[in-house]
Design a protein around this ligand. Sequence first.
Ligand code: HEC
Length: 134
Amino acid sequence: MKKVLFVILVFSALVLAACGGGGADAVATLAPVPADFAGQTNPLGADAAAAGAEVFKTNCEACHGPQGHGDGPAGAALDPAPKNLAVLQTTAGDDYLFWRIATGKEGTSMVAWKGVLTDEQIWQIVSFIRTLKQ
Ligand code: HEC
């Protein structure tokens, strides 16, 4: 009987560990991309990442951090905290990233960058985000 209990305990612990392992950065389900943006792909290649790094440094790094990990000094006190873009980019399509950067995210400190940045600059940033490592 004791052995059975032990097996059950170990099994429960494993299940709990598997469920809780994602942490705050886990991207569960992304919001659907609105029709105006859905299906867009980055017209720029990986070469645009260097230019994107510059635009990112000037406009995004303060909150999202130099490696996009969401750990910039200006983001420390924000709720919700800036997203870890290195994690996000593993599941988000080009259209999702462009849409979020262009139009911002309601209810958060993420403002719309359309009008501040050109479409080309936003795509450059998307190329840069694709280079970020977790
Ligand atoms: C004032 C701080 C701040 C600045 C500056 C900022 N962000 Fe954000 N960003 C946030 C916050 C806060 C969120 C919302 C996080 C959440 O919803 O969990 C966010 C969300 C995002 C998201 C979407 C995440 C998601 O879950 O959909 C992307 C993509 C993003 N930022 C990219 C950028 C880029 C690129 C720039 C620069 C052009 C930038 N951000 C500038 C704070 C900032």
